[in-house]
Design a protein around this ligand. Structure first.
Ligand SMILES: Cc1cc2nc3c(=O)[nH]c(=O)nc-3n(C[C@H](O)[C@H](O)[C@H](O)COP(=O)(O)OP(=O)(O)OC[C@H]3O[C@@H](n4cnc5c(N)ncnc54)[C@H](O)[C@@H]3O)c2cc1C
Length: 363
């Protein structure tokens, strides 16, 4: 029999989840190989990477924001320093309030002590005056950040390639074998294989039963030379500065969609919104689509397969990978190393199923 190369972990998928997990495992001197195939619709390649303390029209506080964002900042700063790139950009978001209802919600929330550090009722608008259509009112979200997710994934891949531990490979589930308590795939024999496949996990025979509710998101990349690039703007769409007068403008969100490619319908809708928002010249230079690994209870999926103890998953980062990713990649690392348990709220054991065919009940 062909001799297999022993490693500790095989990681399948190198978007944000696979990047962060391999980073923390390597920091622990674990032997890791990362296998990734550049499928269309990879989420991390499309994301704007925003980290925001509050979300939605009702201005709800993000789950465990202080704790998670503190850890995220520390992780992205260290990773960026190791890779020689800037991943973490602190920014505020100037946010349009489109109705009396939204303005009232804003005022009500900003009066609460736990929201005060994040909300400015009277933002300076001098730099956008005459450039953006004025909405009903404005507010400003403070202490936000923008994580350069595509840059992080790309530079981390180059670093893994340099270490000789990255392989471009579309994993064939039929070829995963378990022998003598180890998992065998390709040329490797590992203690564990961890799937970090993003939305593609819905096709994974071992984990497709988890309650994923993936959403397609589309964005335009727009050159807007007349727009200041210090702050993020949220009108109907987010306008996120990328440098060189380029802005990430999006996004759409659809549970039902055909394929992962950019679609004409989304382009038309995005263009209409851009036209309604901007009062300065612009040029559309790109159109991207990604599938977010969103899940029904808005909490990540960490854990081990009930019947195949060598097979694990780190997924379900949803719309908040930038915020959730570092903290839970570290928690997954500690769990894999046998040092701590997973929190029940993120452990896939929170779902009970009786027949593996799809019925889940939250405990
Ligand atoms: C339009 C849009 C805007 C977003 N904005 C934000 C935002 O502002 N803030 C935020 O925090 N999040 C945002 N997100 C969500 C964010 O992108 C995700 O939370 C995060 O990137 C998920 O990372 P992942 O590694 O789980 O998945 P992915 O990035 O999809 O990575 C999975 C990787 O696994 C590979 N793969 C899959 N199956 C296999 C296989 N069988 N074999 C080999 N390789 C495989 C894929 O090709 C891919 O490279 C946004 C997403 C979209 C689409």
């Amino acid at each position: 029999m062909e001799k297999k190369q022993p490693v500790d972990y095989i990681i399948v998928g190198q978007g944000l989840a696979g990047t962060l997990l391999s980073y923390f495992l390597l920091l622990e001197n674990q032997r890791v190989v990362v296998l990734d195939y550049p499928h269309e619709g990879r989420s991390s390649n499309v994301a704007s990477g925003l980290v925001t303390p509050v979300t939605g029209r009702r201005i709800a506080k993000s789950w465990r924001f202080e704790e998670l964002s503190r850890f995220a900042k520390q992780t992205y700063l260290s990773l960026g320093a190791d890779l020689g790139v800037e991943i973490w950009h602190e920014r505020s978001i100037v946010r349009a309030l489109h109705s009396v209802f939204e303005e009232n919600e804003w005022t009500r929330r900003s009066g609460y002590p736990e929201f005060q550090a994040f909300m400015n009722d009277a933002p300076d608008l001098s730099d956008i005056k005459g450039k953006i259509q004025p909405p009903h009112a404005w507010g400003e979200l403070l202490n936000c950040a923008q994580v350069a997710m595509p840059l992080l994934v790309e530079t981390w891949r180059a670093s893994l390639l340099g270490l000789g531990i990255f392989f471009e490979e579309n994993i064939d589930y039929q070829q995963i074998k378990e022998e003598n308590g180890r998992v065998i795939y390709g040329q490797w024999s590992a203690k564990k294989l961890v799937f970090c496949e993003g939305a593609k996990a819905v096709q994974n025979p071992y984990f497709k039963h988890l309650p994923f509710l993936v959403t397609k998101g589309e964005v335009l990349i727009v050159r807007i030379p007349g727009l200041p690039a210090q702050r993020i703007l949220k009108h109907k769409l987010f306008l996120v500065p990328l440098g060189n007068s380029l802005f990430w403008v999006g996004s759409t969100s659809h549970y039902e969609f055909e394929g992962a490619s950019p679609s004409t319908g989304a382009r038309v809708w995005l263009l209409k919104e851009v036209e309604k928002t901007l009062m300065v010249p612009y040029e559309v230079v790109g159109h991207l689509a990604g599938i977010r690994p969103t899940v029904s209870d808005l909490r990540p999926f960490l854990g081990v397969h009930q019947e195949h103890a060598n097979l694990s998953i780190f997924n379900g980062l949803g719309t908040k990978g930038a915020l959730l990713g570092p903290f839970f990649a570290k928690q997954m690392t500690e769990y894999l190393l046998g040092r701590s348990e997973l929190e029940f709220e993120v452990d896939i054991a929170r779902f009970e199923n009786d027949n593996r065919s799809g019925h889940f009940f939250s405990k």
